[in-house]
Design a protein around this ligand. Sequence first.
Ligand code: SF4
Length: 233
Amino acid sequence: MRSTDRAKGKRHEETPAEVPVPEEQARVREIVERLRERYPVARTALKFRTPLELLVATILSAQCTDERVNQVTAELFRRYRTAEEYASAPLRELERLIRPTGYYRNKARAIKAACQKLVADFGGEVPATMEALLTLPGVARKTANVVLQNAFGIASGIVVDTHVLRVAQRLGLTREKDRDKVERDLMALVPREEWIAFSHRLIAHGRETCRARRPLCGQCSLESLCPYPQKVR
Ligand code: SF4
């Protein structure tokens, strides 16, 4: 959460990404196509019924698996249903409920502060714009993109989590390390109508095949399009 916090407040379009050359556009189109074939169902594994539940689940998902988050939110969402309830919840109670997700003290404070802001400025509702979401404490572009994409179906960017960052770098889609700049590069390469699904598919690919340690290049459908195996040979 902290790295995205640091990125918060930056103007995303400050430095335009380079315009991709036709060969690179063709390679990216093929990457998008092969990922679509490999992962036909592209959606978040986080369980939620409302934008508020997704916002809370996304805050909890930092440094935690979606499976663990879903276990925790099953009980959490039974106890708290509105932003007002989170905003007035005893901090210790919140911490106890979300403890298995790790960094529970920071996360409890972030959830409470975000919900207090929702109550104060947005009538208790989660806003459906990037600009408004970025005013919530603890919410930066990654969390805002997850909420906009999955709760509202709005493609305002590409989610850059740890998997997207790693796979995009290995595929040579970016040379950047800063997540906002990586997102900017991907947005310039990938057609807007693909942004939501592309986020999900790159995350799935990072989990299943392009793992952090020992990526399974020999089993990867993108191998012929990827410069990484040549580099490590
Ligand atoms: S070829 Fe290897 S490095 Fe490239 S995307 Fe596939 S698993 Fe990742």
